[in-house]
Design a protein around this ligand. Structure first.
Ligand code: NIG
Ligand code: FE
Length: 414
């Protein structure tokens, strides 16, 4: 069994002696760390960690992390990583004054991506997604969720989900797949939206389940997209096929997404830029995880989710990238953490908890990922030289990630 030892770590971050499922509210301020530490990895798992006085003498591979931090890899629980092409023309349209919703109403946005995806081969789609996956792994992501939703026909949704399945087969990091047939109403169904919902329920979901292509079911429940009633119909059908809900809610308006998500046992409700006291109370009394996507608010220039209010109410916040071509063309989790601190006033400790352990929990992977704990998978990274946890978001323009370890092996080295 190959052993890898990381020694002289200035600060070993997010250590756990007694693994937790999730961290919430005031506890999110606590990010357990060990100064002057080591981590020992055997094969693909963490075998031991602690202060340098207890450091083993030898290992097959030894890395010196002097002056550096070690963190568990980011757990990015919300992405749309498989997409056909960039949408930089719409980016320029928005600079010139159009809003995201106006672009969508004109048949751009998600429908634009769906048109392009239909013309693209599965192989080409896979190649471009594989590049993006490698890019985010090099940026420290060690577990990820990927959604469909740029197909919007049965065949195209199956195509994008098969691409995700191919990624799963070759990816060194775990991938959770989410079926998002209800991402937008296709043009041809604009005046008969019920028929599209029927198509999702009676044709897409059974095929997705039959081929075992997804772990979760998502709906873009928001103004101009799917109503809470439509969302509920889809989520209830999805449950029958064993797909748990994980939905887009309250990005563009306070339109009932949180309510329908909680009522239908969603693992998470994501976005939440438009949320009030009532929704926060509802989340407090549920098992549904609130996931914030500040890179989307940043890129679209919309208000940020009220993270402080949610933390003060005791909620367990999750942070994810939302990597997609329309509202967040970046999967760089370190930047998401920086935005959470700079724009949403989350403490660095809170943001790192949200982007590691809580992110893992939002993918039901918390037993294996999200912290430095004995027996967990050895997905972690060594930062470039820095002196505190706060420097991770403070130097927002520089990637903190220097060396990446995936499954106990060096994936990227400076
Ligand atoms: O999370 N809100 C819905 N879906 C994505 C945007 C998708 C797109 O514009 O391509 C999001 O922001
Ligand atoms: Fe999204």
């Amino acid at each position: 069994m190959t052993t890898l030892l990381i020694r002289n770590i200035r600060l070993l971050v997010q250590t756990e002696k007694h693994p937790r499922r999730v961290v919430r509210g005031a506890d999110m301020r606590h990010l357990p760390t060990i100064p002057n530490a080591f981590v020992l990895i055997e094969a693909d798992r963490i075998a031991a960690f602690g202060p340098m006085e207890q450091c083993p003498q030898r290992a097959d591979v030894v890395l010196d992390a002097s002056g550096r931090l070690v963190l568990p890899s980011w757990c990015d629980s919300h992405t749309h990583l498989v997409f056909p092409a960039a949408r930089d023309e719409e980016f320029v349209d928005r600079i010139c004054g159009l809003s995201y919703e106006e672009i969508a109403r004109r048949g751009g946005g998600i429908l634009n991506s769906a048109r392009r995806l239909r013309q693209m081969s599965e192989d080409a789609l896979f190649e471009s997604a594989w590049q993006r996956l490698c890019e985010v792994i090099a940026q420290g992501t060690g577990a990820i969720e990927i959604k469909s939703g740029y197909g919007l026909t049965t065949e195209s949704e199956l195509k994008i989900l098969r691409v995700i399945r191919r990624l799963k087969a070759v990816s060194p990091i775990p991938i959770r797949a989410t079926f998002l047939g209800a991402h937008a109403i296709p043009e041809e169904y604009r005046h008969r939206r019920n028929e599209y919902v029927d198509l999702i329920i009676h044709q897409m979901l059974p095929r997705v389940a039959e081929e075992d292509l997804a772990d979760y079911c998502d709906v873009f429940c928001d103004r101009g997209f799917f109503t809470p009633q439509e969302t509920e119909r889809i989520l209830q059908a999805a449950w029958k096929f064993g797909l748990k809900p994980k939905i887009h809610a309250n990005e563009l308006a306070n339109s009932g997404g949180v309510q329908v998500g909680v009522a239908n046992g969603a693992i998470s409700v994501d976005h939440l830029e438009c949320i009030g006291h009532q929704e926060i109370e509802l989340l407090r009394n549920s098992l549904t995880l609130p996931t914030l996507l500040p890179a989307c608010a940043f890129f679209l220039g919309i208000p940020y989710a009220p993270a402080r209010q949610m933390l003060d109410a005791g909620l367990p916040l999750v942070l994810a990238s939302d990597y997609n071509p329309g509202s967040a063309p970046s999967g760089r989790m370190a930047f998401v953490v920086a935005l959470a601190c700079i724009q949403m006033k989350m403490l660095p400790e809170e943001a790192i908890n949200a982007a590691t352990l809580n992110g893992a929990c939002a993918m039901e992977l918390e037993n294996e990922y999200g912290s430095i704990a004995v027996g967990k998978k050895a997905n972690l990274f060594i930062t470039r030289p820095m002196t505190s946890v706060a420097q991770v978001p403070y130097f927002f323009g520089t990637d903190p990630v220097e060396t990446v370890i995936v499954n106990g092996r060096i994936w990227k080295q400076p």
